[in-house]
Design a protein around this ligand. Structure first.
Ligand code: NDP
Length: 446
């Protein structure tokens, strides 16, 4: 039996593009189908434009602090359409690069929605495609809760395209996206209220960092409501949104942003036509090689909901391609995956939190440095950074690093190498400090 392609990939996001390119490099005839834009969530409506908005919004504080450093600035004003359009233009540029990279590797891009019709066939906008192997890399999308009027809220998909900034914004959720956009919009002058169903932000993060983020965010002026559930959402005639809560009085806002998690994109994909099974959480079930229950069908990235991070999807795509088409099998190692929240200030974390380490290792030593970055001192900004190292007492290995403060994710990536390599606290201490930096705290904690 000959097929149109050796590999058919559904979804040209970070994972799908990497898998396509590497497989093609190994000599496979590859096609990738994409219904939106090549680049996926990260490039088009996630990490990249979000990070650019973080940079853009941070000028609000930088321009204030500049006065303490001797800079006299004229009248300041902010123009949202300029930032928005420049960010979207950068997204267009990256989208072009992704497409070019696919073309250069002779990957066929099919612009349309793919529906699986059997283990070796699919339709893209009504046209049949046959293939030997199938890779499902359709990602995830923001979850919109099932409650009356939920459609009046927007999600992170729409937030990059706003006509104008709202005066008031309510953000539902307390995770990555909620805290990142709370930081961005607060800096841009929007009155932000974050409403969370539970009593903690960023549940999986180290408790000391979560507390620090909450304290700093509240000091900056972001409003928080915890243990609060939404009943229904109503659009008023004046265009405002009224949110009816399970607890307390309704609140009115100009805009509501749902940031309550992301769900795998599986609807209408035709998984049942090929017999692909889901796991208990509703994501595509895969083994360590990203293979589904069907022998020739694989899946990677957010649609499998292992760890919802771009570099993980990319690795899964690369491992798949090398294993299936390159004759060089390997599996992704999910230990010590660094993660960051680009809130204001940002957080970075790798390895075990203090609580996890106590469960896992028994006796642990915790080293903390709670300091005011030099720049904040001169700026008169009373914001403290917090770094934590978690050490397994028995082996002296540093098993976790957690930090909140300016540029914490930049520092964290480097320390993640040391932790992944299994270095001990003594080896951290043997390293000479680089002065004056914030990251020198990592080798000065006694
Ligand atoms: P998160 O999982 O980070 O947070 C979801 C939040 O919504 C939690 O506070 C959760 O509360 C709450 N929640 C969940 N379900 C409901 C519900 N039905 N009603 C009300 N509240 C609810 O999700 P995000 O959407 O922020 O981000 C999704 C994922 O994308 C992240 O987990 C991360 O993996 C990835 N991401 C990574 C980024 C980065 O690397 N910087 C940036 C953005 C996203 P509770 O704690 O009670 O469960």
């Amino acid at each position: 039996m000959t097929y149109d392609f050796d590999l058919f990939v559904i979804g040209a996001g970070s994972g799908g593009v990497r898998a396509s390119r590497i497989s093609a490099g190994h000599g496979a005839r590859v096609a990738v189908a994409e219904e939106h834009r090549v680049g996926g969530t990260c490039v088009i409506r996630g990490c990249v434009p979000k990070k650019l908005l973080v940079y853009g919004s941070h000028f609000a504080e930088d321009l204030v602090d500049a006065r303490r450093f001797g800079w006299q600035l004229g009248e300041r004003s902010f123009d949202w359409p300029t930032l928005r359009d420049n960010v979207l233009a950068e997204v267009d540029r990256l989208n072009g690069i992704y497409q070019t990279n696919l073309d250069n590797q002779k990957v066929t891009t099919l612009h349309g929605r793919a529906v699986i019709t059997g283990a070796h066939s699919a339709e893209v906008d009504g046209k049949t495609v046959t293939f030997d192997k199938l890779l499902i890399a359709t990602g995830a999308r923001p979850m919109i809760p099932d409650l009356p009027g939920a459609e009046h809220g927007i999600t992170s998909n729409e937030v990059f395209h706003l006509e104008a900034l709202p005066k008031k914004l309510v953000i539902a959720g307390g995770g990555y996206i909620a805290n990142e956009f709370a930081g961005i919009f607060h800096e841009l002058g929007v009155e932000v209220t974050l409403i969370n169903r539970g009593d903690t932000l960023l549940r999986s993060w180290d408790a000391a960092l979560r507390d620090r983020l909450l304290t700093i965010s509240m000091t900056k002026g972001i409003n928080f409501r915890f243990n609060t559930r939404f009943d229904r959402v109503e659009k008023l005639e004046n265009g405002c949104i009224r949110i009816h809560l399970h607890e307390g009085e309704p609140i009115e806002t100009d805009m509501l942003l749902w940031a309550v998690g992301r769900v795998p994109n599986i609807e209408g994909l035709g998984l049942e036509a090929a017999g692909v099974e889901l796991n208990a959480g509703g994501a595509i079930a895969v083994d360590a090689n990203s293979r589904t229950n069907i022998e020739n069908i694989y899946s990677i990235g957010d649609v499998t909901d292992r760890i919802q991070l771009t570099p993980i999807a990319i690795r899964e795509g690369h491992a798949f391609a090398d294993t299936v088409f390159g004759g060089k099998p390997w599996v992704v190692d999910y230990s010590c995956v660094p993660s960051a929240v680009f809130s204001n200030p940002p957080l970075g974390s790798v390895g075990a939190t203090e609580a996890e380490a106590r469960n896992q290792f028994g006796t642990v030593k915790v080293f903390t440095s709670d300091f005011r970055p030099m720049r904040n001192v001169l700026a008169g900004r009373n914001e403290r950074a917090l770094y934590k190292l978690i050490v397994d007492q028995a082996s002296d290995r540093v098993v976790g690093a957690h930090m909140i403060g300016p540029d914490a994710p930049e520092v964290l990536q480097a320390v993640a190498i040391a932790i992944k390599a299994g270095l001990t606290k003594a080896q951290f201490d043997e390293t000479v400090a680089l002065h004056p930096t914030m990251s020198e705290e990592l080798v000065l904690m006694r």
